[in-house]
Design a protein around this ligand. Sequence first.
Ligand code: MLT
Length: 263
Amino acid sequence: MIAKINGLNFAYTDQGQGMPVVLLHAFPQNRTMWEPQVRALSKTHRIIAPDFRGFGESDAPLWRYTLDQFADDVAGLLDHLAIKQAVLVGLSMGGYTLFAFYRKHAGRVKGLVLADTRAQADTEEGRAGRFAMAQTAYTKGAGAIAEIMVPKLLSPVALQSKSKLVGQVRAAIEQTQISGIAGALMAMAERPDSVPLLSRIACPTLVITGELDGPTPPADGQLMAERISGACLEIIPQAGHLSNLEQPEAFTGAVESFLNSLA
Ligand code: MLT
C-alpha cells in the first residue's frame, strides 16, 4: 500500500485485525525483513510495517533525513489509518526511531518492543564511520554497503549456513537508493543520547537482543531493561543482530507473549 505522508509516497503493509502493532525495520533493510512476524502476528493483530523514507518502496528524497522525521512519518501513517494508539516494535534503527517517537508522541504508544538496539548516541569514532560509509555509498554503490553490512547484521553461523537468508538481506541492501543509505546514516549519526529518556518511559516495554548481536550486544539490551521501569529482557539464543530473521519463532513468540500481556 502507498499513502501520501508528509509530502512523500510512503509504502507500508497493513495486514490483520485487532490491536495495532507497528514494525519498524533496521538499516539498511526495508519492511520485507518483517515477513515472518507479519505472517504469524497478523492472525491475531493488525500489523502495520512501513518502509522508512529512503528505503524499500517509499520515496527516497535527496536531502535531508532525521530520526524525528522518521518518527513523524510513522505518526502521519497512524493518522492516515485513523489509529490513535499502537504497540511499536523497532529493531536497531527502528529502535532509535522509537526513542524519537516516544519523545514526540508518547500518548500514542501502548507498548514498546526495543529489539537489537541501543539507547546510547554514537561515539565520535562511530560517527566518523558513518560518514565514511556514506562516502562509500556514493562512490561504490549499494553493493559495497552490502559487503560491509551483511557480516554485521548476521551471526557467523547464519553467514555460513543460511545462504537463503544471506541472499535476502544482501538483496534488500542492494535495492536501497543511495540517498536513503546516506540520509539514514546522517540521521543516525546525529541522534541524541536516549539513556536519560529510559527512566521516563512509562509504558509496558519488552527488550529483545540476539545472543550473538555484534552491533548492539546483549549489554546494550540489559542497560535499557534495567533503566526502563518494569521492562522485561529476552535474549534470543543463537541469533545475531537481525534476531527476528535468524530465529523467527523465538522472536515472534517473545513479541506474542508481550502482546498477550497487554490485551
Ligand atoms: C541497524 O541494524 O539498523 C544498524 O546496524 C544500526 C546502526 O548502524 O547503528
